[in-house]
Write a new protein. Structure first.
Length: 157
């Protein structure tokens, strides 16, 4: 009989070991802890994304300003508002026609701002000789979130 009892106890131990796992309460505690950690880290990551987007826009604007300065050095004037920033990529067909336009243009392509919109050129500008700007995250002109060469200049050290 002892052999039989030993087999029965061995089989019952195997069944119990297969049934082991996490209880519903343990799983819920882990989910709550993960939720708390996520609620603490996500806002800081989102803030960094917004800051990085604004810095990228400011960097793009500086690059566009440099290309515009080269355009002016070659042609004696900046592109008109009607010609826009596209004048940096392809020779404008609208007057005033540039007299010394390089074969490959001044930049390969126009960048888009971090929010998927085109950068804008205003000539004459409201904040200086000309304004190069993004409409910012809201995509609406003349709001507080617009990012332009007037903002980039103010943020420069």
């Amino acid at each position: 009989m002892p052999l039989m009892e030993s087999k029965v106890s061995h089989i019952s131990k195997m069944r119990r070991s297969r049934q082991r796992g996490f209880t519903l309460l343990e799983i819920m505690v882990v989910i709550v802890i993960l939720g708390l950690l996520a609620s603490l880290t996500i806002p800081s990551l989102m803030g960094n994304k917004e800051k990085a987007d604004r810095q990228k826009a400011a960097s793009d604007i500086v690059a566009l300003e440099n290309a515009l300065d080269m355009y002016k050095l070659d042609n004696g004037r900046y592109p008109s508002a009607e010609q826009g920033l596209a004048a940096l990529v392809t020779r404008p067909a609208l007057a005033p026609i540039p007299r010394n336009y390089p074969e490959d243009g001044y930049i390969r392509r126009l960048p888009q701002d971090p929010w998927g919109q085109e950068y804008r050129l205003r000539n004459p500008g409201r904040h200086g000789k000309l304004d190069v700007f993004s409409l910012g995250p809201d995509g609406i002109a003349d709001t507080d979130d617009d990012i332009g060469n007037w903002v980039a200049d103010a943020d420069a050290p």
